[in-house]
Design a protein around this ligand. Structure first.
Ligand SMILES: [Zn+2]
Length: 375
């Protein structure tokens, strides 16, 4: 984390420092929770660690120093960036997000089959009373959901630093009231397989090509690298899916030999069990639909919220109460906790959706994401 070296006494003036940085004091304090005594984190600034010279002692010294640091605003190219992410670029992006916006915390919640880390980002005040969980790329060939999720995350962070209002809600009010738990890449092995193929996985090469029915590329691949569909792998009527879906590993739809044998699903199950959110959003593609019910276990509130989601998307996205599908992450969550859970099927077409649809998808769905943080 890039912080500015300061005399610890200077940090007794956080209110004045917040003014110098033109950011909100509570955001500054949240960012500096993990800073050392002699270091100051400056949210929204690209601070390249100051290696020479004495630590800053005064507000005017800080003011002079910060003028030379780049401020990252909503209009910044990096914030607005639209790009395809494999696992490596997700990790680099997370590093930059937590560096520029140090009020975002990151922790590893598990590893994939191939040992790639699964990360959860958290944004929100310690005192926030509500929790929302958002995840992307449960399904490998739905990787565009990770692009949507990360762009939205950066826009939220920038809006906080600028004290902006988004879709009629103050970003800082959202920060105070709602804690966001965010897993941008649930299935890194699968996403990398779809994007880059299996040449690097010599020992798995034959297995993967057989499961993929020897097609020339892996664009149809939804499962994790063991050929288990992570979203048919949770303990909510799992046996129904087991009876009617493939009985062996496959590029899609195999629910596993039992629920929760796969490390990616175990990590997500543990995350939710440890800290159940009040509302859960799972990003998938495609269909421009939002599934919101499961076996009548969903709360009353979901039917009201879905009308709002529809309206905020300009009625492009339509709520669907139930479908004949079980053992999904969201199905399990609703059944287990009786709380709001939504699967948003982004975009329309054939998976993987082509990236040129990104801007259109983002424009139609960012309002839903913002609204999901408000209670
Ligand atoms: Zn999906």
């Amino acid at each position: 984390m890039a912080g500015i070296r300061v005399k610890p006494e200077l940090k007794q003036h956080m209110k004045d420092i917040a003014k110098v940085l033109s950011i909100d004091e509570k955001l500054l304090k949240a960012a500096d929770k993990t800073a050392e005594n002699d270091e100051l984190f400056c949210p929204g600034f690209a601070v390249s660690g100051q290696s020479e010279g004495p630590p800053l002692e005064t507000l005017s010294g800080l003011s002079r120093y910060i003028r030379h640091c780049e401020r990252i605003l909503s209009a910044d190219q990096w914030v607005k960036e639209e790009k395809v992410y494999g696992s490596q670029s997700v990790y680099e992006e997370i590093e930059k997000i937590t560096d520029v916006f140090p009020f975002v915390t990151c922790r590893k919640i598990g590893s994939s089959v191939l040992g790639k880390p699964l990360y959860e980002l958290k944004i929100g005040a310690d005192t926030a009373e509500r929790k929302v969980h958002v995840n992307a790329s449960f399904h490998a060939n739905e990787w565009i959901t990770t692009s949507v999720a990360l762009k939205w995350c950066k826009e939220y962070c920038a809006a906080l630093c600028e004290n902006k209002t988004v879709f009629g809600h103050s970003a800082l009010d959202i920060f105070s009231l709602t804690s966001l738990s965010f897993v941008p890449l649930v299935n890194p092995d699968g996403v990398d397989l779809v994007l880059y193929g299996c040449e690097d996985l010599s020992e798995k090469n034959e297995f993967l090509n057989r499961l993929n029915e020897h097609r020339p590329d892996f664009r149809e691949w939804k499962a994790n690298i063991n050929g288990v569909d992570l979203n048919k792998h949770f303990p909510s009527n799992w046996d129904i899916e087991q009876r009617r879906k493939p009985k062996a590993p496959s590029y899609r739809d195999f629910p596993g030999t039992a629920p929760l044998t796969e490390p990616e699903a175990q990590a997500m199950h543990r995350l939710i069990t440890e800290q159940p959110p009040d509302r859960l959003i799972a990003l998938h593609t495609q269909g421009e639909e939002i599934y919101w019910g499961y076996e009548g276990c969903e709360p009353e509130q979901s039917s009201r919220m879905i009308r709002e989601f529809e309206a905020i998307s300009g009625n492009r996205y339509q709520g669907v109460k139930t479908i004949d599908s079980h053992a999904g992450f969201r199905d399990w969550f609703i059944q287990q906790y009786g709380k709001e859970g939504y699967t948003i099927e982004l975009g329309k077409g054939k998976n993987p959706l082509p990236f040129h649809q990104f801007a259109d998808i983002y424009q139609a769905t960012e309002g839903i994401l913002w609204r999901s943080l408000v209670f």
